[in-house]
Design a protein around this ligand. Structure first.
Ligand code: SF4
Length: 236
């Protein structure tokens, strides 16, 4: 990292809401920590992290790097999550500093910042990506409050082109997405020649959400999902 980047990372705003110091679940195959970035450019009704999305950060990049220096040899991965981590200024410089410490980096993203993703991929700064697929365009705004389908599609194209390990995943609340929607989304992924698993994550009832939505009584039609042309796996 060059000297000017060191100074930038000391002075940045407090972008990071909190740190989970250890996880074996969030970075496939790697003991890792999670940096939760505050703020998001979407407002998904089912979002479980309203405090993180609406709240302010408490840690600067430099604080997070200080934490990582105490974990060298104990962890080998860092998950950048949130919120939407890619929307923060100097995110690329921060990841470069994390890589210089010897950690692998996973990015959890809604895909709304393909230019940031492109730089990270070009500079080989990331090792794994979890890309959220919110909905096809006709349902996107009702679920997320925004329009980012083109950006999502561009992010998917980049990940396919650079051929790094990544997964596509969708949170499913049956009042928002039906089995037919999921089949339409898996069809889109198939058209793009996505060869990986398409992960579905059932909405967890009983937790606070951004849209204050609660129950999730209906269930997906598993028989219908079997007609998907790519593998669809329900993760929870
Ligand atoms: S679920 Fe939606 S609102 Fe919540 S962090 Fe992810 S993209 Fe942002």
């Amino acid at each position: 990292m060059n000297t000017s980047n060191v100074h930038i990372l000391k002075r940045t705003a407090k972008n990071i809401y909190s740190i989970t110091p250890f996880t074996l679940l969030d970075f496939p195959g790697h003991p890792a920590c999670i940096f939760w970035f505050s703020g998001c450019n979407m407002r998904c009704l089912y979002c479980y992290n309203p405090d993180i999305v609406l709240g302010k950060g408490s840690l600067r990049y430099n604080d997070a790097l200080g934490f990582l220096k105490t974990r060298i040899g104990l962890l080998n991965g860092v998950v950048m999550s949130g919120g939407e981590c890619t929307m923060h200024p100097y995110f690329i410089e921060f990841i470069a500093a994390v890589k210089q410490l010897g950690f692998l980096v996973k990015v959890d993203t809604n895909g709304s910042k393909p230019k940031v993703l492109q730089t990270l991929l070009e500079d080989t700064l990331i090792d794994y990506v979890a890309l959220d697929f919110k909905a096809m365009p006709e349902k996107e705004i009702a679920i997320t409050g925004g329009r980012f389908f083109e950006e999502f599609s561009a992010s998917l194209d980049l990940l396919l082109f650079y051929d790094i390990p990544f997964e596509v995943r969708t949170t499913v609340h049956q009042s928002l997405l039906t089995s037919a929607d999921i089949l339409s989304m898996s069809g889109f992924l198939n058209q793009k020649s996505y060869k990986g698993v398409y992960y579905l994550q059932n909405f967890k009832s009983g937790v606070p959400t951004l849209g204050n939505i609660k129950s999730n009584r209906a269930s997906l039609d598993h028989a219908a999902l079997e007609s998907s042309l790519i593998p669809v796996v329900i993760r929870n």
